[in-house]
Write a protein that binds this ligand. Structure first.
Ligand SMILES: Cc1ncc(COP(=O)(O)O)c(C=O)c1O
Length: 453
């Protein structure tokens, strides 16, 4: 199940890596301790059993996608060296791999000249983007939609930048009229456009936001931590597709290879359209940067020590699965989206559930029908637990009832938000499991309500 057959390939690669250091005097191995290592490693495996089965298609809850085998193996291989991509002194090969892999991501968005690098994840990447934004528009506000990731408000707090939210429409996207009203006040420095919101995968209307930038002169930061790779998918609806087709006009972009990019955690990426923002990172280091005049990644990133292994994993993955439209990687995203659409259609056609809007990417949100929003919210939690009992793992989200528009029908609207079921269908394999997921979901609802309903 956990792809043990990849271990043979891995051993070959370890030997290959070892051969590169054959010229060094031999070292005494730690063979005596190996039994103890095995014992502790087995204990570790036992502890790790206490996890949801994230790698399995019946895990369809949060944004969790197993890294590709090549990413896992390349990461583990690099661990033999443990390179540090802060400086070339610490990670010569992996710094070069990072530059190549990041150039690949940047090219996917249509940028050849850019500044960018990997970092710990979406939070760190957004922090850098807003840090640059704050320096370029000092004293002005950061705006993001009500459905933007909470990190933007927190980051603005850390950076001591004023932050304001913009209302969303009934599909969880930034309301352009509300944005226009705020921008007209003249104190907006940067607008965060989320291309794939965390809760529902909604895509903010970037073309309209770009038009407002022309009039009001703010910066646009695209938080595509979740949705970024969908720029390659050719089965999006028109609005989302148009937003992705113009992402290259944003001033900065964040994308998380550790979400849809098949990478282990610890792999975010920030990109700036103007390489000139590199000047804002300028600092002196008496410890590093003297080994060569070439660019050390620490000169253009806020974090210092960073895992070179993350770069090796990403480089290997992109080598195997190039970031091109119509390619295997893109097809995987399209399959995930198809799976979400199939699940959405099942929910929509079934009177036991109330569907919110159609997914723009691959996240489906829906609620069980009940007499009231409160009763539905209670039922949601019960179904969530019953499903987990059948090994079907969904998530629960608290969302505005306006996302259901007319779909709540006779349900009494006794609350403004509803606790609903949320399913992130982000694995291509989900496509083959929709029927099974649906059957288990139906059985779980039946179990909670009893056969009379
Ligand atoms: C749109 C968006 N931005 C930012 C983040 C934060 O990213 P991370 O969890 O990698 O720090 C997330 C995480 O889900 C996200 O969905």
């Amino acid at each position: 199940m956990l792809e043990q057959r990849t271990l043979g390939v891995f051993l070959e690669a370890v030997k290959k890596l070892d051969a590169g250091f054959a010229g060094l005097p031999a070292l005494q191995g730690d063979a005596a301790g190996i039994e103890r290592v095995a014992e502790v490693l087995n204990a570790t495996a036992e502890r790790l059993q206490d996890n949801y089965p994230y790698f399995h298609p019946l895990y369809a809850g949060q944004m969790l996608k197993p890294p590709h085998a090549v990413a896992r193996l390349a990461y583990a291989l690099a661990m033999w060296i443990n390179p540090n991509n802060h400086a070339l002194d610490g990670g010569r090969a992996t710094s070069a791999m990072e530059k190549e892999a990041v150039a690949g991501i940047s090219a996917m968005f249509g940028w050849k000249n850019f500044l960018g690098h990997l970092c710990g994840g979406g939070t760190m990447a957004n922090l850098e983007a807003l840090w640059v934004a704050g320096q370029l528009h000092p004293g002005k506000k950061i705006l993001a939609s009500e459905q933007a990731h909470y990190t933007h408000r927190r980051i603005s707090g850390v950076l001591q930048l004023a932050f304001e939210t913009v209302e969303c429409d009934a599909r969880g996207r930034m309301d352009v009229d509300a944005l226009k009203e705020s921008a007209a006040r003249g104190d907006v420095g940067t607008v965060v456009a989320t291309l794939g919101t965390t809760a529902t995968g909604s895509v903010d209307p970037l073309p309209e936001i770009l038009s407002l930038r022309e009039k009001y002169g703010f910066r646009i930061h695209a938080d595509a931590a979740y949705g970024g790779y969908f720029v390659l998918a050719e089965n999006l609806q028109q609005d989302a597709s148009q937003a992705f087709s113009r992402i290259e006009e944003a001033d900065s972009i964040v994308i998380d290879p550790h979400k849809h990019g098949l990478q282990p955690y610890g792999c975010g990426c920030v990109l700036f359209r103007d390489p000139g923002v590199g000047r804002l990172y300028k600092h002196d280091s008496p410890y590093t940067y003297f080994s060569s005049a070439e660019l050390h990644l620490g000169e253009i990133s806020l974090e210092c020590s960073r895992p070179g292994a993350a770069a090796a994993a990403l480089w290997a993955t992109q080598k195997l699965l190039p970031l091109s439209k119509g390619g295997e990687f893109a097809k995987g995203l399209e399959r995930a989206r198809k799976a979400a659409l199939m699940l959405f259609e099942k929910v929509r056609a079934d009177s036991r559930f109330a569907a919110a809007f159609a997914p723009e990417l691959d996240i489906v949100v829906f609620a069980p029908r009940a007499g009231s929003v409160t009763a539905s919210s209670v039922l949601t939690r019960k179904i969530f637990e019953a499903a987990a009992g059948h090994n079907l793992h969904l998530a629960v989200a608290e969302l505005p009832i306006q996302f259901w528009e007319g779909n709540l029908e006779a349900m009494k609207r006794d609350r403004d938000t509803i606790a609903c079921l949320r399913s992130v269908m982000m694995k291509p394999e989900h496509f083959d499991w929709v029927e099974r997921i649906w059957d288990l979901l139906s059985a779980s609802r039946q179990e909670v309500l009893g056969r009379s309903h």
